[in-house]
Design a protein around this ligand. Sequence first.
Ligand SMILES: [Zn+2]
Length: 255
Amino acid sequence: MKNFKITSFVTISLFLLLVILDTTVGIPLWWYIVLLILWFTIMALGSFNMSWGFYLKAFTSNPTIIQKKIAITFDDGPNPEFTPKVLDILKQYNAKATFFCIGENVERYPEIFKAIVAQGHTVGNHSFSHELMIDFNSTENWLDEIKQTENAIHKITSKKTTLFRPPFGVTTPKLAQALTITEHQVIGWSIRSFDTVIKNPERIIKRITKQLQPGAVILLHDKQSNVLPVLEHLLQVFQKQDYQAVTINELLHEN
Ligand SMILES: [Zn+2]
């Protein structure tokens, strides 16, 4: 939010300066247009880059960690076809992960959600609907989205989550306001697999493994078939390179 406020302050100051100059020496219209385009571009880039901390503070990795620990995160589940298989693979390799669940899916597949929690993985809130236009939500609508998911999770586990991952990785001032009220910690990532765009598992694995480093946070999705070969291969690489797959909570609190 600090960066957002600074950018807004600088833009408004420059705008006022232009207005003052306009009354004395005269300013061409395109100066205003350039200022507006610059402001809009910075706002948009800030929305899409959580690591900038533009509208809110997000945890995207732990660069100070000494141990070879990495957090694998799965978004958009629980999924009836792939989440149980993901859980089997994680169990086989004695790995822990974090699942950012969509509230609607939690309500639809409570047994799978229960299995995630029962196996000792961490769960986080990933909105209730994850609808396409969600990033245009008002603060009130964001609060509804977050609270509905919390209620769905609470019904099953009697617990609340403390972590939130923004749908599409987009942050806005309205979302920031809502999260200040709900007090969720925002979790981003440092390694984006692009597994929803790249279908070929080998290309995804290559993309991830060349960026591996202690404290990294990997983004995957447990809603599609490529997650299975990618996860299996990744955990084999972890074994070879002595990496340990841990939950976000463990990564957050280690130095
Ligand atoms: Zn998502």
